[in-house]
Design a protein around this ligand. Structure first.
Ligand SMILES: N[C@@H](CCC(=O)N[C@@H](CS)C(=O)NCC(=O)O)C(=O)O
Length: 122
């Protein structure tokens, strides 16, 4: 039963990835100097995510729409999953790792991440 639910979730996730690909958001256009400025700032952000998670897709759409270069880290398994659990506190995606000087914030909840990105980069 558990395996069927997992397969259904994965299938639905992939269908959403496909729809997202068809209706991909238009990227914001900026002057080169503004874009370079933003590219520098987004080097401090990392998105821990799963490829076919609907909440991650929603977050990635905002990243794309705002034309942000944010490294995406697959937390489905391997070292990024371990990192997320150890430093963030739980394996739940999406999670945005924000470096600000010496401090690191692990921001969970897609709505909070989207609000943060819109406020900072709109
Ligand atoms: N309310 C959260 C929901 C996030 C969520 O449920 N993510 C699922 C993946 S779609 C998750 O991380 N599950 C943990 C797991 O599968 O190990 C949000 O909007 O970010």
């Amino acid at each position: 039963m558990k395996i069927i639910l997992k397969a259904l979730r994965e299938g639905l996730g992939r269908a959403i990835v496909f729809v997202d690909w068809i209706f991909s958001p238009k990227k914001r256009n900026r002057a080169d100097s503004d874009q370079s400025d933003i590219d520098e700032q987004t080097k401090l952000l990392k998105l821990y995510q799963f490829y076919a998670c609907p909440f991650c897709i929603k977050t990635r759409r905002t990243i794309k729409r705002l034309n942000l270069e944010i490294e995406k880290r697959n937390a489905q398994n391997g070292k990024y999953r371990d990192e997320l659990l150890i430093h963030g506190g739980e394996v739940k995606v999406p999670c945005l790792r924000i470096t600000d000087g010496d401090s690191i914030t692990w921001m969970y909840e897609s709505d909070d991440i989207i609000k943060y990105l819109n406020a900072k980069f709109s």
